[in-house]
Design a protein. Sequence first.
Lengths: 478, 485
Amino acid sequence: MQWEVVIGLETHAQLSTVSKIFSGAPTAFGAEPNTQACGVDIALPGVLPVLNTGAVERAIRFGLAVGAAINSPSIFARKNYFYPDLPKGYQISQYERPIVEGGTLTIQVGDTAKTVRLTRAHLEEDAGKSLHEDFHGHTGIDLNRAGTPLLEIVSEPDMRSAEEAVAYAKALHALVRWIDVCDGNMQEGSFRCDANVSVRPVGAKEFGTRREIKNLNSFRFLQQAIEYEVRWQINELEDGRAIQQATVLFDPDSGETRMMRTKEDAHDYRYFPDPDLLPLEVTAERLEAVRAAMPPLPQERQEKFCHEYGLTPYDAGLLTASRELADYFESVVAGADAKTGKLCANWINGALSARLNEEGLEIAQTRVSATQLRGMVDRIADGTISGKIAKDIFDAIWAGEGDADAIIAAKGLKQISDSGEIEKIVDQVLAANAQQVADFRAGKEKAFNSLVGQVMKASRGKANPQQVNDILRRKLTP
Amino acid sequence: MSNATLKELSARLAAKACSSVELAQDFINKINVLNKDLGCYVTVDAERTVAQAQAADARRAAGDAGVLTGVPLAHKDIFCAKGWRTTCGSKMLANFVAPYDAHVVERCDAAGMVTLGKTNMDEFAMGSSNETSFFGPVRNPWDRERVPGGSSGGSAAAVAARLAPAATGTDTGGSIRQPAALTGICGLKPTYGLVSRYGMIAFASSLDQAGPMARTAEDLGLLLNVMAGHDTRDSTSLERPAEDYNRDLAKPLKGLRVGLPKEFFAAGMTADVQKTIEAAIAEYRKLGATVVDISLPNMGLSVPVYYVLAPAEASSNLSRFDGVRYGHRAAEYTDLLDMYKRSRGEGFGAEVKRRILIGTYVLSHGYYDAYYIRAQKLRRLIAQDFAAAFKQCDVIMGPTSPTTAFKLGEKSSDPVQMYLSDIYTIAVNLAGLPGMSIPCGFDGSGLPVGLQIIGNYFDEARMLNVAHQYQLGTDWHQRAPQGAA
């Protein structure tokens, strides 16, 4: 039987506020346990939550960015359950009326664009951490994270493969960083996904029974976990066993998912509106103020890049992976024509991005400034250097040897575009390679390339490749 | 001196007729003698009290004294007070020392008031007789075999027995007004949101409201002036300009329209209570008020509605008492679940457990709509009844409690009978309105009867005016139980 995979994602994005969602304690990561938890966070008797307006503003920004409705009012609700790292015995979340409802996110899988629908996004607080190691049979509780603001973003079950799920997660990750609502740091848990996975026979109308994979904090784990889960579910079904609704955990070491709890032991969370918090109203003025302060979104800038510099949607997509990168591109490309624009894009998406990757750096840490890169691209465009030479120059700039012009002058890398000079080298090469000349004339096109190589080598790479080509072909063709 | 009102004490301190330390010492001495039998206070700390009094005297000497600087009061043990054991009447918090001040405590401290101690109360404010306290019952100073009402029973009895000139209380379904009525003192539950709930241990957040308890309406106003005010730490605290709640005390009552809900007088109260209330109404007519018959058709639903909503909120509010971070933790347990069960099983009393169970049930999947949602709808209807009534009248009057103080143990085995003690007070909390109780006479056994005055939202100044004018012509509020004055 042919199976169709159905995936929906629930993503927790930690909002980048300085203080917690309902208290004034700081949200900074990595402090000594329990040093960033105030009375509200540890749920002393008598304390009350006060909503952080910065968290609300970020949720609105997200809603606007995905074209969602911003509900006014939205309602905070208590989700009741007992756990030692949940100090109040309930989590303040939003249930029946979330702040953000609907919206879409466009993802790119290979050459295909796909629109994923969002169900909702709601504000809630994070819990603390239970530490099961180092306490000799006891459990340690660190409440630093308790009360950290989260935006839980829920997608519709619109993804049909692990690749699509990862593309969605990546697009969402890029977006929340783009609009400055979340730092996206996955190692620190600022962005983590739960994946609801089910399979059904191709053509079936009903969804299969889903299992939820909890807490995936890297794109690789997301992909691996879904792939494993899909194989497991298909095996079960093909062996005649029914899938039981369950929550599972992914173990990165074994690459497998394992059962955490079934639907039977699911909590009854006894949600009800939190009487300590008023319904959250978002006035039209506030909405407009947030909208006015929004940066242009990736989609808009991609369209601009394609339109003004003739980039392909693919290249434009790469350049809008982050706002910093898009800004970098724009400063490199400022005032350029389409031809230079395309060159700039190629260099950023090619050599620069490879180099950053290699060294594990962000665009903000690049050693080739926008001005330097443009300086080099201009020399390629005006024929002063070849693309091949440019690679060496790029490396030299990266190594801190100065601007392109200085390096060209210092190393004598200026391209030879004097046709007389090139002709002289070509003649020498032809004289020294009679066999290859004969081969070419006998119809072996390959021999031509070899001759071009010989000429370039003899010029120490400086000969203008186009001219070399032209002169060689003229001389070889009777 | 202990028989003096806040106003009189304020005047004496201002005239330097006594010092704050002398005053505090006076009350401490009296508490030391009487508290053993009455059980009004669960915590006294003479050293802290005297230190606060000394600071108040220094403030006065420096010319920096306000109206209530140096005047003592008692705080219900539901308010966190930094450095004070704060128990909420429960074994769960029997050893909990609050690391911070409630807004109310902060305001009283800032005014220079001196804390005499923390008063006994029904456990987590759940009760109408003060018998659910882990620290034992409070006895009614008018008859020590009887209850003082609850949950602010310790505060009420302390004021009645002259062990404090005034006290703070909280009222979720009548917990200020009913004990005030049963002990012959005055108590005011302000409009919901007028006094910050910050630092007040939550029972039912949408109903809880702190208010003053004292012996005269004027004293209530003086204390409310200190307690009320916007607080950004409580999102339900209302942002309103400060006001002097005693500004209208002297206004004559001519033309005042007093609404008498027919549902209040239909049945339920004892003949003695009815007679006393009717006499009070007659007094108001003499003062120039006109009486209007009104109806609150959904009044009868207020007790069932309350006993869905209040336990629902309580079941969640009390989840934080899990033995993990503070409070009672069982000495032995086998695993996490066992620790929860034992700690909460041992730490909470029967009434608290009953309400947690009810609340958990009504919020459960499959029952939520039938109970919680329906109760919320009825709550709105009850509020609408009041809104309609206030188109016809300025204040509503009736009994505070259907009976006078009942005997210790009389109702403790019958929760429903106990819950009906609050039949006249609960609707006011559901609507978020201000309500007060003032003494208006005695029954055949010499037990005090309370007149309830319900005002429209933010009408505290008018209510105090209405109560004060009555107190100018009557002396019920000046009567003291034997051995108190």
